[in-house]
Design a protein around this ligand. Sequence first.
Ligand SMILES: Cc1ncc(COP(=O)(O)O)c(C=O)c1O
Length: 448
Amino acid sequence: MSNIVGLNRRAFIKSAGFTALAGATGVIATGSNQVAAASSSRMAGGKFDFDTPYNRVGTNCSRWDSPPLNYPSGNFRYGMGVATMDFEAAPCITEALEERGKHHVWGYMSSTDSLRDAIVQWNGNRHKLDIDPKSVVISAGVYPGIIAALRAFSPAGSKALMLTPTYDGFQTHCRHTKVLISESQMAYRNGRFEIDWEDLESKMTPDTRSMIVCNPQNPTGNVWTRDELMRIGQMCLERNIIVLSDEIHSDIVRPGHKYVPFASLADKAVVNNSITFNAVSKTFNLAGMKVAYYYTSNPTLLGRINDYHRADLNTLGVVANEAAMRHGADWFDQALAYLHENHTFAETYIKQNIPLIKFHKSEGTYLTWLDVSAAMEKIGAAEMAKAQAKRSPEHYFQDWLVENSGVYLNPGSNYGAGGEGHMRMNLASSRLVLQDVFDAMAGALNKV
Ligand SMILES: Cc1ncc(COP(=O)(O)O)c(C=O)c1O
């Protein structure tokens, strides 16, 4: 057990806010719950265990180990920011890595055929999407793929259009490629972030060469419908704007919604005007393994993007990803059900206990997009941010929340126009941790 959970366990318990440790029995007491400190996703009775908190602290992990560097006060306790899951990996992944580890040579790999077959199979099985394996290029993350695409299709000084609020990595991609960001802010109507079609059209200017679609949308959780995607696709096609569809969250969709791959749209011309970027790094929590892929049915586009892309492979990443896609479906189905319940838990908790936060229902992703504008108003975030020269009122709120509750969230202002008054929260944790997190937030916010 200590090998699995024991990494700097005391530090984890301290920083995660667990209040007691009953050594020999391996029981951690959280504020309100007793939790066995065992391996979190080993199977028992056909069920993986996502409840038992799994210690990530002290593993050089960006979610739990980076934020405390900014809080010398020591008040940081809960990393609910960076989009990785806290769950132990599916056992099939660890077993495959252990097996490969028995062979002690780590030279270049010879082929990605088997990995590409696994990608094709995964998309076929889960999404009824038929991808030509020859059109699939492996990349060391979605990042390098989109950067190569921007280099290929969006000359420096031209614009890339995106619906906001959206994933802040797109801003980085544009910075790297000297492409200007063009934002079309979504409108919040009847509990959903909706595309403002008129605004979107007005932003499709002649100097706009690409549109980055995020499906499902990080951070608002939209799972775009077939009609919405088709309308975007046709508008882009008519104006010679290439669609770059980032579908990294595609597997994580809540009941009642359905992920529509851009490449599955009925209009072939629309599909041929697009490139899709995907990975199972969110699905199976493999972000550190640096394996993603892109594909397009249009060989001309594929050739152009490949001119700017070098496919670097890492052996363990290939082994882990292939094992996940070939053998991990059951683990993921259970993880997905657990994540759905986490969303429901968050909704119920917030509605019942934290009146200063407005909850918005995500259709997909394991992220939730919280309207904290009333709380920010109460603590005078705008004035305090100015007085303390913070990057934004949301950054002030981020620091305030850490100092007053230990909970670290991502400031909405990071996600472009429309991010004001919001924070992004990662719900991919044990529900026992979530309970402590929300208790801590309620404790702080209900005092102001
Ligand atoms: C929408 C989106 N795209 C891309 C990434 C990063 O992808 P990668 O780590 O494969 O570069 C993330 C990570 O959170 C994301 O949310």
